[in-house]
Design a protein around this ligand. Structure first.
Ligand code: HEC
Ligand code: HEC
Length: 412
């Protein structure tokens, strides 16, 4: 076999989630999961991103196909079911293009992110934070609301700039065309991973041993996943108000907000985060650590609008909550809330520039915390962060692993 252009290809194979082993699914269901994944996403040697064809465009009624497919239940029925619904490559994702993305991926990314996108490449073992496991379909540094997919531009940004303070490199040198191809490939790996989770869920929750997967239902999963990516493109969070000029007063108010809006509960009064603050886990099943802002730990970009979005929307998959909701009980408007978030941005920027909280701002925070102390038994004055539910993203809900604990703040 000739492995033109990529020496690693012969070894490369997609692996199933190990959860499948733990769940002890029937052999037949495991095989059908593999078959469906291969049908829609191919293999590393021949990657695809296929979508079910719209029934209206079909001569044959898909219902008839589905009936036919669900009839044999002798354990070897997988294949017939898989092909019951016609598929076609997603427009713009022809196989040559994806193969190109795969070449770039295996060369530049798989060492950390793993061939299947599970974040377990050979170089990953000692990296903190670990490389992203794309298979949950959850990305942290998006310009979209919490729970949404990233926009293509978000993935471009992380590729061009990397994630400062982590091992995720900046790939500035990648030619545009390689960058676009690898983004498509990453999206495809992620969609594949989400389909896998959906199928495992279906097998554990809906199917009994004699059942086969319903090809129509699988087609629905594929379509839904694809739509979630498409939808994100229109969901960019635009700041509610424009960034005001930074003045000592805006920084000061940002410090006050840092205390009042519960940031101190996780990030500490010194903004250095705390290894001992128990803020729960992220959806990848690891202990979450509030960022050390004093050390400039901003993985999602340092432009003011990046920081604004992190605070406004929270960080997907982690306990870092969205702060976008105005405190309407206190009569706060959406505009006032947005203004405050900008002040927080100014404060965070000042902390980074100063390598720690400047003395005057520290005093503001400590004073506010002293005032709040008698009421400490009650929920935080702000409430928005404390009330924030666990990540609402579908992937988190689907994830076979433990979902992130609600962010109720540190406390044994
Ligand atoms: C040296 C290891 C390493 C290599 C090589 C690497 N990454 Fe990463 N990548 C990481 C780490 C670590 C993170 C997680 C950063 C975090 O959680 O803050 C990450 C995160 C990401 C994210 C997630 C961003 C988000 O918003 O959640 C994407 C997308 C990504 N990498 C794409 C790529 C692509 C594409 C390549 C190859 C062109 C690549 N990475 C190569 C280590 C690496
Ligand atoms: C429930 C705990 C919690 C609360 C409350 C909280 N954070 Fe965070 N924050 C986190 C965690 C955890 C991370 C790290 C996320 C990750 O894994 O990248 C983080 C990360 C950050 C980051 C870094 C973003 C980046 O680009 O890497 C900033 C900035 C930040 N928080 C600001 C704030 C502000 C401002 C507030 C108050 C409005 C706040 N946080 C409230 C837990 C919290």
């Amino acid at each position: 076999m000739i492995a033109a252009g990529c020496s690693r290809l012969p070894d490369a194979a997609y692996t199933l989630r190990t959860d499948v082993e733990k769940l002890e699914l029937p052999e037949k269901h495991v095989r059908q999961i593999s078959d469906y994944l291969a049908a829609y996403h191919g293999a590393p040697a021949s990657p695809r991103r296929a979508l079910p064809q719209a029934p209206a465009e079909e001569d044959a009624s898909p219902a008839a196909g589905a009936d036919e497919a669900s009839e044999p239940a002798d354990g070897g029925a997988g294949k017939a079911g898989v092909d019951a619904i016609p598929r076609d490559d997603k427009p713009g994702y022809d196989r040559l293009h994806l193969a190109h993305g795969r070449d770039v991926y295996l060369r530049q990314c798989a060492g950390c992110h793993g061939t299947s996108g599970d974040g377990k490449g050979p170089a990953a073992a000692h990296l903190v934070p670990p490389p992203r496991d794309y298979r949950n379909g959850v990305f942290k540094f998006t310009s979209t609301p919490r729970g949404s997919k990233p926009r293509r531009d978000d993935l471009r940004r992380i590729l061009v700039y990397g994630a400062k303070g982590t091992s995720m490199p900046a790939f500035r040198f990648l030619p545009d065309e390689e960058r676009e191809a690898v983004i498509d490939y990453v999206q495809s790996l992620s969609a594949r991973g989400e389909l896998e989770i959906a199928l495992i869920r279906e097998a554990t929750d809906e199917l009994v041993e004699e059942d086969d997967f319903d090809p129509e239902r699988v087609a629905e999963f594929v379509t839904d996943i694809d739509r979630s990516w498409a939808r994100a493109e229109d969901e960019m969070v635009r700041p509610v108000t424009v960034n005001p000029a930074r003045t000592p007063e805006t920084v000061r108010d940002g410090a006050l907000a840092f205390a009042e809006m519960s940031c101190v509960k996780c990030h500490n009064r010194d903004a250095a985060g705390s290894k001992s603050a128990d803020v729960g886990q992220d959806i990848w099943g690891r202990t979450a650590y509030p960022a050390n802002l004093a050390m400039g730990m901003l993985h999602g970009g340092r432009r003011p609008e990046d920081i604004y979005r992190r605070v406004y929307s929270g960080i997907n998959g982690t306990p870092m909550p969205a702060s976008k909701d105005p405190n309407s009980a206190a009569g706060e408007t959406a505009e006032a809330r947005s203004e405050r978030i900008w002040h927080l941005v100014h404060f965070v920027t000042a902390v980074i520039e100063n390598n720690g909280i400047p003395a005057a701002e520290q005093e503001v925070i400590d004073e506010a915390m002293r005032k709040a102390a008698p009421a400490a038994a009650a929920p935080a004055s702000d409430g928005a962060a404390a009330r924030s539910p666990a990540p609402a993203d579908t992937a988190a809900a689907l994830a076979a692993g433990p979902a992130a604990a609600p962010a109720t703040g540190p406390r044994p």
